[in-house]
Design a protein around this ligand. Sequence first.
Ligand SMILES: Cc1ncc(C[n+]2csc(CCOP(=O)(O)OP(=O)(O)O)c2C)c(N)n1
Ligand SMILES: CC(=O)[C@@H](O)[C@H](O)COP(=O)(O)O
Ligand SMILES: [Mg+2]
Length: 639
Amino acid sequence: MTKPPTPMLDRVAGPADLKGMSQADLTQLARDVRQEVISVVAQTGGHLGSSLGVVELTVALHAVFNTPFDKLVWDVSHQCYPHKILTGRRDRMHTLRQGGGLAGFCKRSESEYDAFGAGHSSTSISAALGFAVGREMGQPTGDAIAVIGDGSISAGMAYEALNHSGHLKSRLFVILNDNEMSIAPPVGAMSKYLSGLYSDTPLGKLKDMAEDFEAVLPGPIREGARRARQLVTGFPGGGTLFEELGFDYIGPIDGHDMGQLLTVLRAARARASGPTLIHVCTVKGKGYHPAESSADRGHGVSKFDVASGAQAKSQPNAPSYTSVFGKTLTDEAARDPKVVAITAAMPSGTGLDIMQGRFPQRVFDVGIAEQHAVTFAGGMAASGLKPFCAIYSTFLQRGYDQIVHDVVLQKLPVRFCIDRAGLVGADGSTHAGAFDVAFLSNLPGMTVMAAGDEAELVHMVATAAAYDDGPIAFRYPRGEGIGVEMPERGRILEIGKGRIVREGTKLALLSLGAPLIDCLKAAEELEARGISVTVADARFAKPFDTDLVARLVREHEALVTVEHGAEGGFGAMVLHWLARTGRLDRGLPVRTMTLPDAFIEQDSPARMYAEAGLTAQDIANTGLEVLGIAAARFGSAAG
Ligand SMILES: Cc1ncc(C[n+]2csc(CCOP(=O)(O)OP(=O)(O)O)c2C)c(N)n1
Ligand SMILES: CC(=O)[C@@H](O)[C@H](O)COP(=O)(O)O
Ligand SMILES: [Mg+2]
């Protein structure tokens, strides 16, 4: 399909070109940018809905503010595609979320217009306030503008920042992009509150009067808006929640109406002396019917046909880990009424929407609130329930102290279901599930499992359901399983016990979780070279199977551990144990293969693991290396 003409956008090299444009030109520019976003994401896939929802807002912000001197901070920044198109990266948008290409989120190293990196939500107000204080202390920076969604502002960190902003009273702009959507429909009292600010109040009529005012929003209008708001908020001071926190509140305004946006942004920029929140109402997926009309408003799409909106469907060879988890937990819930589940605004991403469909009263979506999710689960466990807290590895980082202080310290039997473990592909370094084994395995009394395949995941869900002696976690990767035969029902695994998957004699490969398939492939390659290889699946990072490790060390000439996790995790613990028990004294060559001490940028998972040095070939090569050392050291027939 030929791309629609974008005459106004073709004239724009950067935000400076927007300064002289008329409202009509800017409106046309927005139309062009919207078409560009649709054309690009049809080719690349990505976060379509959120970006379409902020097209007019992005044009207006770059037209009114002096970026990059003024710092525009996008929350999550999954909605940054119009921003990237307008800030000199239009010609590279076709590389979006691909190896060596543009990141799917804002990155300081990618552009001076990306004032602050993101990918995780609810950080923008804190960062913007940091810039504002920097300005006040003489740093070369201008205004600070945070753009945060109605989902992201529901997270605790956003309140911490709002609270501090109101305390400091620094000039700061917070644009609340309210599209009444998170990934799923938003949950929580804040969402209802925001809707109450504009649902059926007289303000709706006042908005029309705000149009085309070049000067400050005229007093009667502004006063009228405040009076109308007093009708709906009832706060003692008569203001909105934000005003009670020390913000000037303006809105709500129509985030697709260029006239209102320009008028209000220019007025606010001219007048604001302290923290100012501008409440902008938008539509996620705006201007592209297939997105606007879909349940998730096109939040995350694969490549698609523009005319029909039909997305390219991958042909899976095996069920996804996520769907296996969702189905298996639902079966466990059917057998045990104590089983409940918690998600932090990601019911479909975690697969809990499957259980939600059958047991809606037993699945709790707490909003983007991982810290709360963990301690909430702790309370549930303390009450006698069996909470399964399903949070992506990368987002679980947000609730670490709650894991340590509220759950593990009290030995509460919370089950942590850690999806997206390892490298995740297009979302890149901000979303890597690299650290959970390391940060969980050092906690006293924590049990950590890792599924070697989708059948193992079924057993781990059953094991977690049966395990009430304390906190337990199981991790599994993004995407499809490897196509193993699936059990009817999960088997309860013996805690701390691994398994031998392939018997050999010379080299021992000890895998934790997903690298199992790569270890088996490496073993086949080495076998073809006459080298006999044992492949063991650790199953548990903590407590790991010391009898198994002792046997591998006793019966083989060399040992290699492999994990999709950062240094300081499983391999480190095994090595530490071997050293501590004297099992290295005879000089057995050991290698621990982990993710590197670096962040790996977006690419296909296969290419990311190649960059990490964790392919089957890498494992085979490492095996040859350690066997060579063994031969040189012990004069064996190894190698
Ligand atoms: C800490 C954290 N938890 C979860 C996510 C996953 N996530 C990405 S966008 C999103 C919804 C954001 O909703 P909103 O802020 O309203 O933005 P919109 O997509 O509506 O523009 C979620 C939950 C995340 N990026 N960071
Ligand atoms: C922007 C964000 O954080 C989420 O949309 C995330 O990209 C989802 O990841 P998955 O695609 O792995 O569910
Ligand atoms: Mg939203």
